[in-house]
Design a protein around this ligand. Sequence first.
Ligand SMILES: Nc1ncnc2c1ncn2[C@@H]1O[C@H](COP(=O)(O)OP(=O)(O)O)[C@@H](O)[C@H]1O
Ligand SMILES: N[C@@H](CCOP(=O)(O)O)C(=O)O
Length: 320
Amino acid sequence: MAVYTDITEGDLGAFLRNYSIGELLSYKGIAEGTENSNFLLHTSTGPFILTLYEKRVEEADLPFFLGLMDHLAARGISCPLPVHRHDGGTIGTLAGRPAAIITFLEGMWPRRPTVVHCREVGKVLAAMHLAGADFAMTRKNALAVEGWQELWAASRERADEVAAGLTQEVDADFALLEKEWPDHLPKGIIHADLFPDNVFFLGSELSGLIDFYFACNDLLAYDLATCLNAWCFEKDMSFNITKGAALLSGYQSVRVLSDAEKAALPVLARGSALRFMLTRLYDWLHGPDGDLVVKRDPAEYIRKLRFHRSISSVQEYGLS
Ligand SMILES: Nc1ncnc2c1ncn2[C@@H]1O[C@H](COP(=O)(O)OP(=O)(O)O)[C@@H](O)[C@H]1O
Ligand SMILES: N[C@@H](CCOP(=O)(O)O)C(=O)O
């Protein structure tokens, strides 16, 4: 993330009086991340994460996100737990933003994902899909095709400033995706942003998942396509088929893909690459700047989109 909203010690102290997490020893803003403002708190009972929810998070969705973490953790998926306040709730207000405290998850996200990481992520993604099956709440994906169109409408005019020819390329992507988006595939709870910085490892062991603030109900295979994009490209933007194979076989060791899901992977991966290119492009053109704000480069996803446009068979993703 970043820090978009700063807090004062006085406001934080008053906010913490609603919790039984001990005495505040220190706090600092976390520069990592993109969407919300996060702070690392140290109290006399240990470390915690304080999140102030920003622009893309609707307050009305917070019970879904926080309830999902509780639900998944109860089914064996390691993730942070929302800390309850004295009044039983998990959501308060700090510096004018909705805010919550979650437990601290040990581990580090992999800066250079390996084949082993990819296999582990495939397995945990499938396990999360199965564990989410009986979650009682639902949330529509705000960043499905309609949401992409809004981002594009707000950025299209200046897209060629970012990459020559982008306007024409993306218009063609929309024409294809609106026609071929597969609505008939298995749906359920998806993470929708399972990038390396949202998966923690202790050594080669996966220690847990964070950042459920895009989670929603959508196509399960779309979540897998997002992981292909986020985990299996090298720094030079070449697709690493060995990593793709590890991710897909890890996933299928827990949940087998149907033939229709396999066949849809190219269009899903293209749609997912478009989605991340568009949020990055929008933030690049319209997002706030600041010392603790790191903007992500849309160019990476422009190149991934070009790769997916060139795919002629799903075997090119490493599917055996
Ligand atoms: N529960 C947690 N335990 C440990 N570190 C966390 C936890 N949640 C967030 N962080 C830290 O905060 C950073 C940003 O969190 P993230 O949820 O990805 O933010 P955003 O939603 O703004 O992208 C992470 O990269 C990690 O360093
Ligand atoms: N993963 C997205 C940005 C969302 O940021 P995160 O810190 O919540 O993962 C991207 O890479 O564009």
